[in-house]
Design a binder for this molecule. Structure first.
Ligand code: IMP
Ligand code: MG
Length: 185
């Protein structure tokens, strides 16, 4: 697998800015959910780094759970609108306060499908917390309660986000130079 520097267009959000914003979100959630013992539901796999850093900044009691969702029909860089739950929750969320933790919202299909499914299970509340939001790309409306950063319509990677399943480990958000990426493929 190639070194990411071969196709890194620019560092969009450096590590210190990511961590500073995540600390703010953690503090905000800690204030908003006092006495509510929320469940953070991480959407695998992209949300993993965000979840683990965010939860360390949340100072109130909470639990974590995982779901995996895939959208199919088109390649890895675009949602098709058809979303499949490949890993469901192991707990009953009825009367619980659920916070969905996502890496990025693009068209909105993925998070909308999860939101609608979990809503049928009668949680006390449910909201969306996303690290990144490409709001210009939205095709279905999504109410987002917590947003880390609004970003332009560029393909990004690192900090949980993959390119063809790699590079999730990078501690920053980078923009892919698609010409360079495809030239070396
Ligand atoms: P949506 O269903 O179109 O909102 O897409 C959301 C999912 O697409 C995210 O959970 C990501 O897995 C993936 N995705 C969207 N944009 C990007 C990107 O720029 N880089 C990496 N993955 C992305
Ligand atoms: Mg992905």
């Amino acid at each position: 697998m190639r070194d990411y520097r071969e196709f890194l267009g620019e560092v969009l959000i450096p590590e210190d800015k990511l961590q500073a914003r995540i600390a703010e979100l953690g503090a905000q959630i800690s204030r908003d959910y006092v006495g509510k013992d929320p469940i953070l539901v991480c959407i695998l796999r992209g949300g993993v780094l965000f979840l683990t850093d965010l939860m360390r900044k949340i100072t109130i009691p909470h639990s974590i759970e995982f779901m995996a969702v895939s959208s199919y029909g088109v390649g890895g860089r675009q949602s098709s609108g058809k979303v499949r739950i490949s890993l469901d929750l192991n707990v009953d969320i009825q009367n619980r306060n659920v916070i969905l933790v996502e890496d990025i919202i693009d068209s909105g299909y993925t998070i909308a499908a999860v939101y609608d499914l979990l809503t049928t299970r009668k949680p006390a509340s449910i909201c969306v917390c996303t690290l990144l939001d490409k709001a210009d790309r939205r095709e279905v409306p999504v109410a987002v309660k917590y947003t880390g950063f609004s970003i332009p319509n560029k393909f990004v990677f690192g900090y949980g986000l993959d390119i063809d399943d790699y590079y999730r480990n990078l501690p920053f958000i980078g923009v892919v130079d698609l010409e360079k990426y495809q030239a070396g493929a």
